[in-house]
Design a protein around this ligand. Structure first.
Ligand SMILES: [Zn+2]
Length: 258
């Protein structure tokens, strides 16, 4: 609930029910308008001495016009607890999972593999379902979470890891792998698993914050949302009018830390 607003705030007023995503942004610049508010050049992150934390009973929201999302018709004193809990996921985990699915261009009829059964992974399952995926394979080994994943729309659960897990996913996808792999862990084995199960021409969408070297480490990579298409185009198929472009391939490999 908004308690007070600064002089320049026009979007919300005291009494409004709002969601505060985990980063603040102006929501007007070119980057924000393209849908990458977490990379807003005027925005930033909570949890430091300049801005303060967000997991608190009261928080100050910088750039409130751009950083808050108003939800009309919700009174937290009378609203259903389940509704409030669902809305809370829109401040972080669900929208991260949704972003992964959106960036992978998940489309009706596709096969999607979600690597990781944490809150973001489960959000990615929900999002893949929402975007019409036909097959949703959830890779995770915590039964209580993967059961929830099935409720959310996972059609298959693969608890095995490494080569065994990859083999299982390939078996479930007719040997092809998935059109989209949503990686929500950030550890190297999850990354390798993702490469193992993406079909040629498919997309790996990573929202797990990389926790390893070599390779770009930390939030920056995730914020920039690299897309890594699985498989190479057939030489001459479509790059530069038929000439395979070794430079771009090298750069691609470099970006992936290969
Ligand atoms: Zn911006």
């Amino acid at each position: 609930m908004v308690e007070e607003v600064g002089a320049d705030v026009t979007y919300v007023k005291p009494g409004d029910f709002v969601i505060a995503p985990f980063a603040f942004s102006d929501n007007t610049c070119e980057i924000c308008r393209a849908g990458f508010q977490t990379a807003c050049p005027h925005g930033g992150w909570y949890g430091n001495t300049a801005v303060g934390g967000l997991q608190a009973e009261v928080a100050r929201i910088p750039l409130a016009n751009g950083s808050l999302v108003k939800v009309p018709g919700v009174n937290p004193d009378t609203a259903d607890e389940a509704l409030l809990a669902s809305l809370l996921t829109l401040s972080d985990v669900y929208l991260t999972g949704y972003h992964a699915a959106f960036m992978a261009q998940v489309a009706p009829g596709q096969s999607v593999t979600v690597v990781g059964d944490g809150a973001v992974g489960l959000g990615a399952v929900l999002a893949a379902k929402q975007l019409g995926a036909e097959q949703i394979i959830l890779m995770g080994r915590h039964a209580s979470r993967t059961d929830l994943g099935r409720e959310f729309g996972a059609t298959d659960v693969v608890a095995e890891r490494g080569d065994e897990g990859v083999a299982k996913v390939l078996e479930l996808t007719g040997g092809f792998g998935s059109h989209a792999v949503l990686e929500a862990v950030g550890h190297m084995p999850a990354y390798e698993q993702s490469y193992g199960v993406v079909r040629p021409g498919g997309v790996i969408s990573r929202v797990g914050v990389p926790q390893y070297e070599p390779g770009t480490r930390g939030l920056r990579l995730v914020v920039r949302q690299e897309r890594a298409p699985g498989g190479w185009p057939r030489p001459g198929a479509r790059l530069h009018g038929g000439r395979h472009h070794a430079g771009s391939r090298r750069r691609h490999r470099a970006r992936q830390g290969l």
